[in-house]
Design a protein around this ligand. Sequence first.
Ligand SMILES: Cc1ncc(COP(=O)(O)O)c(C=O)c1O
Length: 474
Amino acid sequence: MDVTRAFAELRAAEYGRLDEHGHVYLDYTGGGLYAASQLRRHHAELESNVFGNPHSNNPTSQAMTDRVEHARRYVLDYFNASPDDYLVIFTPNASGALRQVGEAYPFAAGSRYLLTFDNHNSVNGIREFARSAGAVTTYLPLRCGELRLDRAVVSAELAQPAPGVGNLFAFPAQSNFSGVQHPLDLIAEAQASGWDVLLDAAAYVPTNRLDLSRWQPDLVTLSFYKMFGYPTGIGALLMRKPMAARMRRPWFAGGTIQIASVQGDGFYRAPGEAAFEDGTVDYLGLPAVEYGLRHLEGVGIEAVHAHVAVLTRRTLDGLQALRHGNGQPLVRLHGPASDEARGGTVAFNLLDPEGHCYDIRRVEELAGEERISLRTGCFCNPGAGEATYGLTAEQIGSFFHLAEGMSFDDLRAQVQQSFGIEIGAIRASVGIASNAADVDRFVAFVTGFVDRPAGGVGAAAARDTCRAVARDSA
Ligand SMILES: Cc1ncc(COP(=O)(O)O)c(C=O)c1O
């Protein structure tokens, strides 16, 4: 069967609710969509079994323990990771996995934490753990335009780990801002110089195969809902066993120990994954992870990748062809215009005939009126934003000394007022259930801005801080 027809049938069979409700969903980088059959399979399993809290000896607990361990093995197999090499630690989400890394990585005085400008805030946040241990954080800049790394700069930094202490290098396999896929051969290069490598794969694995027999980062983080929509609330930290032996958890909790004593003031850690899984895992949700992975395997992750690449090309071509009557482009792209080493995330701004930026929140609002789900803001990736808008450390640093803090929309207004720079982008991302009609409806929507002055489109209604912050949280 030809691929286009296969994906059309998949959409009708598994994601028909999109068309039933007339939705154009273009926020796959925010969250994937689940196939209807994933829910059916999961619910059927729950309906026909009696499952108790795992890790006890009673039959309902044993049944659940077996199921959880089966899901764990399934994750290992899916990523082609050997159980001799990797642990699969279940976490609440990618951020939970990243917090575990920050907390337990053996940062010491003089250690280095090296990371790319292009990173989610949950990777940026590890710098606070690094700082309290006396480690030095260094950011690797992005080249303007395509927002890729400068390999020579990266290699020069990787050649200089601090001697005798832990050195951690972190980068995303795919940017959640620009869609750029950073080169995975950086992993081996860094390791050869003595770095431990943290690969944030959250935005990469929904549409790419991550083969851990080929690429062997010490730490990999992801959220399953980004891969296949359901369940939310489960992520994973894949950790190489030698790395696990060096991690230093700052506390113990139920589930992470073999025994602890009140009067004896001591504890013994549990072996393996358990040492990192605090309290009770989302045990009823875990079988759904397996159904989600089976679903991706059934469709074929390579087929998903190819499908998404075609739709990304269509999106880029559609947007880039748009011109105002005076010949000026409507779309300013942030990231690569080519197909090479990029995923299905497209970030951009819309500029009017005079080069003024349309209010991103208003664009999102107008899209929403047409049932088109886009995302606007900085996508929790401030470094990529600072790089693409050309903000300097002095400019942005001046806003980080306020006792009362500020929201992203406040920052946008202040940066605009102080430096005349519009920050904040619009992001459209395609995925497994997208089709050409979605892209065409989206491009038709954007076409509606041709020859409209930015002021005529207006600004979005003021929002309270909480809402603005929440909108930037993924
Ligand atoms: C690249 C990347 N890393 C980490 C995260 C954090 O994921 P979560 O919010 O599921 O913890 C995201 C979420 O958008 C992401 O895109």
